[in-house]
Design a protein around this ligand. Structure first.
Ligand SMILES: [Zn+2]
Length: 239
């Protein structure tokens, strides 16, 4: 019921823009016209942390972690503004489309949340975003679906760790769900363009760990799609 009330409140009551915090302004999906324009103007670009951790996949980011994109992501994740899942999912679809050819099935594998994070953050935010991205991709002609072979275990705060320790912690925090290992036919169904999806890439340790776990389970990863990169490298502007 909390979610339902949140939806209704967002419709009926004026609330601040999710992107910039402006109040008493007309909102579309929770964002003011200036932020909507900023979000719609973002163009996905190849992105890589510097230096990238070993095993970091080819990665496309919708934009830098700044401005309206940062505001919208925080409002969606930390304040439970679920209506932003639609526009943010559409942006994520744009990043996936930059990697995935239209003539092959595309499987989006969201980086999973821990149980504690799901409780704190109003549900599994990447799973929801990925579902919206799939809707957009299907509407644009892709055979797309979400697959969730990964689960997340609690991991220690990585801010004080060096790069190697952070990578180890990231790998140890991800597991392939047992059903995926015990049922080889399930693995066969995973063929297609497999894109790992996450909200923000910072050091790249989580994405590299996800790729490693998936490939250990014989799931070949084509690349990663993220909404925001804290260190955006536009090293291939041709997307
Ligand atoms: Zn705004």
């Amino acid at each position: 019921m909390t979610d339902l009330f949140g939806e209704l409140a967002d419709l009926v009551l004026p609330s601040a823009c999710a992107g910039c915090g402006a109040e008493r302004t007309r909102l579309r999906h929770g964002a003011c016209p200036a932020c909507v324009t900023e979000l719609e103007g973002l163009r996905p670009a190849w992105s890589s942390p510097s230096p990238p951790p070993p095993g970091f996949p080819p990665c496309v980011a919708v934009g830098p972690y700044a401005g309206a994109l940062r505001g919208a992501l925080l409002a969606y994740k930390e304040k439970g503004r679920h209506r932003l899942a639609g526009p943010l999912g559409a942006l994520l679809a744009g990043a996936v489309a930059a990697i995935a050819p239209r003539d092959r099935p595309v499987l989006i594998v969201p980086v999973p949340s821990t149980r504690a994070a799901r409780r704190e953050r109003y549900g599994d935010h990447m799973s929801r975003l990925s579902a919206h991205a799939v809707q957009r991709l299907r509407a644009a002609g892709w055979a797309a679906r979400v697959e969730q072979p990964l689960r997340a275990l609690p991991k220690p705060d990585s801010t004080s760790l060096d790069a190697a320790a952070r990578s180890t912690a990231a790998v140890n925090s991800l597991r392939i769900k047992p059903a995926r290992i015990s049922n080889p036919r399930r693995g066969a169904a995973m063929r297609g363009t497999l894109v790992v999806a996450d909200d923000i890439v910072t050091t790249g340790a989580t994405l590299a760990a996800a790729v490693r776990r998936l490939e250990e389970a014989d799931m070949q990863v084509t690349g990663a799609a993220v909404l925001a990169a804290t260190q955006l490298r536009r090293n291939c502007p041709g997307i």
